[in-house]
Design a protein around this ligand. Structure first.
Ligand code: ADP
Length: 824
């Protein structure tokens, strides 16, 4: 809540409390006044009643005196006018009444007299029921009656002898006396009661009882006047003012009003004062603070009062704040520029290549730049105070350096090798000179070290490469992008006959023989200009005019921006190679021709040999059967066995030559491989048994089909199983058949002598055996596996071997499975 709001609320609260207090005071005053008024009213009512009663008592006394009087009893009978005149007429005035009426017992008027000189009031009618009701209570009656519209107060009593105190006798008549409530009489009452008295007839709804009212500090007291039958007929009202009270109330009210006006004025003045002296300055101050605008407070600050001082303080605060902000801003700016320059120098310092150092005359390092850490892994703190030679690979080098400095006063690019903290060697270039004090005395050395390890390794690399290029048996030529030669290696000169000076600045075109087609050169240039490599053969001419062939590889050299700066040509003289290839080609063609001749010769020869061999075999068999001579028998069977072996060899040679001459015709059909393998294995079981070897066929398959030539397939199995039995001395042979996807795999595994790994590569070659020459241990031609391999490949399969000496061999043959219905 704002202070202004608080002030307004406070003033309003004070006003409310004040008005409430005023209201309460006024209420109390009103109650007090009303209390006084009420008391006064009761008093007034009492005195008014008494006054009326005092007037009425005359009538009562008059009636009392005359109605129990024997003379009166007599008068009713005699109607003595003299007596009446002397007693009654005269008593009217004595008792301050106005009239007397005497009735006979039969209620007829006997006598009437009044002092009002009005005959109209001489009579008022009486009836029996009236009398009965009037004297209900015995002796007297008191009532008001209107006679000729004038109000009379009447007192009456029955006339009885004075001896009848109890008024038990029959009344001799009735006596009434009345007083007219004339204006004078009312004035007399008014005088007596010190009030204004007036009569008012009873209207319907009027208060029938006597009542007391007050209005405007006037006390109104009334008495109801009852008729003969007890019914009210008129009211007499007394009104009396209470001026003191009225005046005091009025004075009080005036005081209250004055107080009210005064308070309102005070409130207004206080409010205005607060608004001017508190609220407005506060408003200005708060606006100034909210808008942060001290200019708004300038006029207020001139005031010497508290708010003026406050404004002054706020203005000072703002100006200090501004100064502070400026200061902060400046400081920040300075800090940022400082940190920027610091960063700049730090970067420079960190990135500076060189190490700056100072030593004293004893070689103790006195100061060194932080870059030392990057190269040597030592921090400056670890280095300062130590001898510089502690870090030399060879401390003696320092002596050489000092000699140099002594000689020339300085040393430039002196190479030393330093040892880093982790023991690495770094090559450094030292620039150093003497350090002087103010008196020009030498106090030490000052210099810079530059790590040139990389440079040295680059230099060495370049040296190696250039050495390699210089020594290369291949010609190297480097041109610029326009094709002008910048470098050639010595081999170029050797090959082409042109010296270095003869070709530098020239184009490689000077080697052109005119024998290479121009498209080749076009292709070369197009390719290398795109940044790609080109290779090809060019027929060039040497300086001596000799034409030679070169295998050329040209590649562009690009810089770090990927721009071609040079072209590198690597050329090999392939003239001799080309001649050899040509010769080889001719030799190959000749060999092929010879092979064909050989094959057909062999085919013919085999045939020619087989026919006589059949004769020899047949006859040997007959001789063996027909003779009893055991010697001849043995000779014949030896002829038979040798002949059989010869036939086998011939068959093999025939098979091979047939294959090589491509005369092998195939009879491909879908075969059940399982039954064929079983058959072949069965065939070899006795041979295995003879050599005391096991021979098993293992498969999970019942049938499996493959498109094969049965003769060739059987031949493959024969050869593999035959070899396995031949080259196994212990254990046995296992033939297995399995499938893998769409292939069948046949394995012939033995526990034989095995094949040394170096011989595995030759066993499929013609006439090759593991043990060859005169030292071989087994019979054979070395053709079996050659033919087997060729047969397998002809049938669309593959053969491979794995073997270990003295453990055994495993030949694997793989054929595709026929996708034939029979397979199912
Ligand atoms: P050979 O008529 O000599 O058996 P092969 O071509 O059938 O001619 O075999 C070539 C050579 O491979 C054999 O001489 C033998 O040294 C070796 N060889 C073939 N099969 C086996 C085998 N199962 N175990 C060990 N050596 C074998």
């Amino acid at each position: 809540m704002k202070v202004q709001t608080k002030v307004i609320t406070l003033i309003s609260l004070v006003a409310i409390i004040f008005f409430l207090a005023l209201y309460l005071i006024q209420l109390a005053e009103k109650q007090k006044t009303e209390g006084i008024l009420t008391a006064r009213k009761l008093e007034k009512s009492e005195s008014f009643k008494k006054a009326i009663q005092s007037f009425e008592s005359n009538l009562e006394v008059f009636a009392k005196d005359y109605t129990q009087w024997d003379e009166m009893v007599d008068f009713v009978e005699t109607k003595d006018s003299v007596w009446a005149d002397e007693n009654i007429d005269y008593s009217i005035n004595t008792y301050h009444t106005n009239a007397v009426w005497i009735f006979k017992p039969d209620l007829t008027l006997l006598y009437s007299v009044n002092n009002l000189l009005s005959s109209s009031i001489n009579y008022f009618p009486l009836k029996k029921d009236k009398i009965e009701r009037m004297f209900k209570n015995g002796y007297f009656c008191h009532f008001f009656i209107l006679i000729n519209e004038e109000l009379f107060e009447i007192r009456g009593a029955p006339i009885q002898p004075s001896s009848d105190l109890q008024r038990l006798t029959k009344p001799a008549g009735f006596f009434f006396t009345g007083r007219l409530w004339s204006k004078d009489f009312i004035s007399e009452i008014a005088l007596q009661t010190d009030s204004k008295v007036l009569l008012r007839s009873i209207k319907d709804g009027d208060e029938k009882n006597n009542s007391v009212m007050n209005k405007d500090y006037t006390i109104v007291v009334s008495e109801t006047l009852l008729g003969w039958n007890g019914e009210p007929i008129m009211k007499v009202i007394s009104e009396s003012d209470f001026p003191i009270l009225k005046t005091s109330t009025e004075v009080f009210n005036k005081q209250i009003i004055a107080l009210l006006i005064f308070s309102v004025l005070v409130l207004i003045i206080v409010s205005v004062f607060l608004i001017i002296n508190v609220n407005n300055p506060l408003k200005v101050i708060s606006k100034g603070l909210e808008e942060q605008n001290p200019a708004l407070l300038t006029s207020l600050a001139k005031d010497k009062a508290e708010f003026g001082k406050l404004s002054q303080l706020i203005i000072e605060f703002f100006s200090q704040k501004e100064q502070l902000i400026d200061e902060i801003h400046n400081r920040k700016f300075m800090e940022s520029s400082l940190s920027q320059s610091e960063e700049k120098y730090r970067k420079i310092f960190e990135n500076v290549q060189d190490i700056f150092y100072q030593t004293d005359l004893n070689g103790i390092i006195t100061s060194i730049s932080p870059s030392i850490e990057r190269y040597s892994e030592y921090t400056p703190e670890e280095v300062i105070g130590r001898k510089i030679t502690d870090f030399y690979l060879d401390p003696r080098v320092r002596e050489k350096l000092l000699i140099e400095v002594n000689k020339k006063g300085e040393v430039v690019d002196f190479e030393i090798i330093l040892v880093t903290k982790s023991g690495k060697l770094i090559s450094c270039s030292v620039n150093t000179h003497f350090l002087f004090d103010d008196s020009k005395n030498i106090i030490g050395l000052e210099g810079s070290l530059r790590d040139i390890t990389e440079r040295k390794s680059h230099e060495e690399k370049i040296l190696k490469l250039s050495w390699a290029i210089e020594q290369s048996p291949i010609s190297v030529v480097i041109t610029d992008t326009k094709g002008k030669i910048e470098y050639i290696n010595p081999r170029f000169t050797e090959t082409s006959g042109y010296t270095y000076d003869e070709v530098i600045g020239q184009s490689p075109n000077l080697l052109k023989s005119g024998l290479t087609q121009s498209e080749v050169y076009k292709d070369l240039w197009e390719t290398i200009s795109k940044g790609k490599e080109w290779s090809g053969e060019l027929q060039n001419k040497k300086k001596n005019g000799e034409v030679f062939w070169e295998l050329v590889l040209v590649s562009p050299i690009k810089n770090s921006e990927n721009v071609i700066t040079n072209y590198l040509g690597i050329k090999e003289d392939i003239t001799e190679k080309k001649i050899i290839i040509e010769e080889l080609k001719t030799a190959k063609e000749k060999a092929e021709e010879m092979s064909n001749v050989k094959s057909s010769f062999l085919a013919n020869m085999s045939h020619e040999l087989r026919t006589p061999m059949m004769g020899i075999l047949g006859n040997a068999e007959i001789i063996s059967i027909s003779t009893e001579d055991m010697e001849i028998k043995d000779m014949a069977s030896a002829i038979y066995t040798s002949g059989q072996r010869l036939i086998n060899t011939l068959n093999l040679i025939l098979d091979l030559s047939r294959i090589e001459a491509n005369k092998e015709s195939l009879d491909i059909e879908s075969l059940d491989v399982v039954s064929i393998i079983k058959d072949v294995v069965d065939h070899y079981s006795s041979a295995a048994w003879q050599r005391n070897l096991s021979l098993d066929f293992i498969t999970k398959l019942d049938k499996i089909y493959s498109n094969l030539d049965e003769r060739l397939f059987r031949e493959v199995l024969n050869n593999l199983i035959n070899n396995a039995i031949k080259f196994t001395n212990n254990g046995g042979i296992t033939v297995s058949l399995s499938t893998d996807a769409d292939k069948m795999i046949i394995k012939v595994i033995d526990t034989g002598i095995g094949i040394p790994s170096e011989s595995l590569g030759i066993i499929f070659e013609e006439f090759r055996q593991v043990s060859e020459g005169y030292g071989r241990n087994f019979e054979g031609t070395g053709l079996g596996l050659t033919i087997t391999k060729k047969f397998v490949e002809k049938l669309g399969g593959k053969i491979s071997v794995e073997s270990k000496t003295d453990i055994g061999s495993e030949f694997t043959v793989v054929f595709p499975i026929t996708k034939d219905d029979n397979n199912g």
